[in-house]
Write a protein that binds this ligand. Structure first.
Ligand SMILES: C[S@@+](CC[C@H](N)C(=O)[O-])C[C@H]1O[C@@H](n2cnc3c(N)ncnc32)[C@H](O)[C@@H]1O
Length: 263
């Protein structure tokens, strides 16, 4: 045994330089591959969201329609007929056209590579007041004060977060009493009798890690409604449905969940 230990120690001391170089290379690749993946994902989302799909926009219009009836609990904003919206995981900023004129928008996203796309896009909406992206996750929004937000919006985000429960707690913390949470997510197949093949493909692509690797941790096999229902909102209205997605490739994310919840 002592002989083996001695041989190992000798091998390590003879190769210490290579070991340090190999560890350095692994560290460098890990850091930069993650960065490259995030850069690629931001670019992909930019390409994917550049052209708006009329049917998807119609569905969002319907989902967000009640936002115009929200009255701010901030007396200053109320006087201005304005509301404060927090969008979590804003990406390139695809929901701006659905926000009431004069809305004040706070946004968070952990991927800094979205900044340039978001900044280009927000220039097209002078009717709403947007702020710089706060680079953080929905789980850690300490910079957003308690009871300060009238409306929280989150679209296509929970598929890739690790802390759904923490995000729900943060949403409840920042919303004013009676404040509204609007959500839209792609989910796992819910009609497994009719669409068992889609469900199997979703499990395969997620289980092998292929889809999460390509799309920034996105999982195809989640259903977030139970977590939203359990979070402690006073009212939850969630609906599972098939989104009007035509692209053959994205039939895999056709099962969706949409709704609102109230603090
Ligand atoms: C599929 S994109 C959707 C972007 C945009 N909401 C939309 O509907 O097009 C997912 C977004 O969630 C962000 N994201 C990922 N993990 C997050 C987390 N833990 N908290 C907040 N946002 C997150 C990503 O950086 C990305 O912008």
């Amino acid at each position: 045994m002592a002989e083996v230990d001695h041989q190992i120690a000798t091998w390590i001391s003879n190769n210490i330089l290579y070991i340090v170089l190999a560890l350095g290379l692994i560290w460098f690749l890990k850091k930069n591959v993650a960065n490259l993946r995030r850069r690629w994902f931001a670019y992909f989302m930019h390409l994917f969201t550049k052209e708006k799909d009329a049917k998807v926009e119609e569905m969002k219009k319907d989902l967000f329609a009640s936002m115009k009836d929200v009255v701010s609990q901030d007396p200053v904003l109320r006087k201005q007929n304005s509301i404060r919206i927090l969008e979590i995981g804003v990406g390139t900023g695809v929901n701006f056209s659905h926000y009431p004129d004069g809305s004040k928008l706070v946004v968070v996203d952990p991927n800094p590579h979205f900044k340039s796309y978001y900044n280009d896009n927000r220039k097209k909406f002078p009717n709403i007041e947007t702020e710089e992206i706060l680079v953080t996750t929905g789980e850690k929004m300490d910079m957003v004060p308690d009871n300060s937000i009238d409306v929280v919006v989150m679209t296509l985000v929970l598929c890739s977060v690790s802390g759904t429960e923490e995000i729900m707690k943060e949403i409840l913390r920042v919303l004013v009493p009676g404040g509204k949470f609007y959500f839209l997510e792609h989910i796992r197949e819910f009609d497994t009798e009719k669409h068992s093949i889609r469900q199997k493909i979703q499990e395969f692509l997620t289980g092998t890690g292929l889809w999460p690797f390509l799309f920034d941790g996105c999982c195809l096999n989640r259903d977030m409604l139970p977590a939203i229902e359990k979070a402690g909102f006073s009212k939850v209205n969630g609906e599972r449905f098939y989104a009007p997605i035509n692209s053959f490739f994205f039939q895999i994310i056709k099962p969706h969940l949409k709704g609102t919840a109230e603090k």
